[in-house]
Write a protein that binds this ligand. Structure first.
Ligand SMILES: [Zn+2]
Ligand SMILES: [Zn+2]
Length: 96
């Protein structure tokens, strides 16, 4: 994604109205007031809210997360199947 006119990739955080979560997200950059509905953001590139790495926003992200972030920052809670995949990946890396 091209950096926008402010020279950054948007970092998105869910907008709260009267304490309620909305389906709208806004960029957290101090000089940016970009906001969009969740539906629009699916499939778009954004900067991770934690590590600032670029990633593509998924339907899951906008449904579940308050701060949109990349996959490597979302690895806190994993299902056993995910762990298995990660283990295999690490094993392969170990061989090299
Ligand atoms: Zn922005
Ligand atoms: Zn990240």
């Amino acid at each position: 994604m091209e950096p926008n006119s402010n020279g950054h990739i948007h970092k998105f955080k869910r907008i709260l109205k009267k304490g309620k979560k909305t389906s709208e997200f806004g960029c957290t950059h101090p000089h940016c007031s970009f906001t969009r509905q969740a539906d629009y953001l699916v499939g778009k590139a954004a900067a991770c809210g934690y590590c600032e790495k670029e990633f593509i926003i998924s339907r899951f992200d906008v449904n579940r997360h308050g701060i949109l972030h990349c996959k490597s920052c979302g690895k806190g809670k994993k299902k056993p199947t995910d762990n298995l995949e990660a283990n295999i990946e690490q094993m392969l890396k170990g061989v090299v």
